[in-house]
Design a protein around this ligand. Sequence first.
Ligand code: NAP
Length: 247
Amino acid sequence: MKRIVITAATSAIAEAAAQIWAAREASEFYLIARDKKKLARMAENLSLRNPGTVAHQIVIDFLDQRKIVKTIDSIVKDGPIDLALIAQGVLTVQSDASSSLEVLADSIAINATSPAMFAERILGVFEKQKFGRLAIIGSVAADRGRRELYTYGASKSFLETFVEGAAGRLTGTKASLTIWKPGPTDTPMMTSSQGPKPLIASPERVAAIGIKAMERGKRKVYLPGRWRVVMFIAGLIPNRIYDRLSI
Ligand SMILES: NC(=O)c1ccc[n+]([C@@H]2O[C@H](COP(=O)([O-])OP(=O)(O)OC[C@H]3O[C@@H](n4cnc5c(N)ncnc54)[C@H](OP(=O)(O)O)[C@@H]3O)[C@@H](O)[C@H]2O)c1
């Protein structure tokens, strides 16, 4: 039975990933989230749809360093971690972050600091086990700062540099670290956003491609792959034009 850890398990993309893993084989999930009721609904749904699957529910504050250490340590006490997905994120509109430094700091904390803290503990476990696959959800928004979303994009680009370096720790083991880079995805996070609808992917599609990349031990994956091309082209737009675009 695989032992799978998911942070922000109530996220639509994380839930889609959990359903894919559970449908393949009965697994033991350690589902971590901040909202007890939402987590209970997600966990019950996961085990009801996938007989034999066990879903442990863990509610913690995602910025509490001591709780993060305690949680990962207690999971590992009972056995190894085979797979892990770190999914927390908040799509902060820049005007909100610009008018409140508290919003700005909270956004960086949940998009960058919190995933890094969970990842550090899990990477330490993988170094000892010498196996395991970890994915962190970044974003295409990391590739180029956007006037309307730059705090969010910058937090996600922190994760890319983090992954680039941290993956080196796993050299010589069978463990891997992958950053998922979704484009706009049809989840509660996007509900209030004005993204061009034809480019929006389903969470199930994003999770399926991300899982495949994890299995191949890829360092970075665009979800879906067309975003690699879109972001390459976006990177070619000169600043004097880019700065005027409302994107
Ligand atoms: N949807 C997109 O278009 C898109 C594009 C690129 C990247 N992403 C990334 O994909 C990941 C998953 O997001 P999603 O699209 O699946 O959206 P989602 O369903 O809204 O999930 C966001 C998750 O983050 C959790 N979260 C937010 N603030 C938190 C906090 N302060 N403490 C603990 N947990 C917190 C939410 O918990 P609650 O359920 O309790 O609110 C939820 O589980 C995020 O990292 C996001 O940045 C999404």
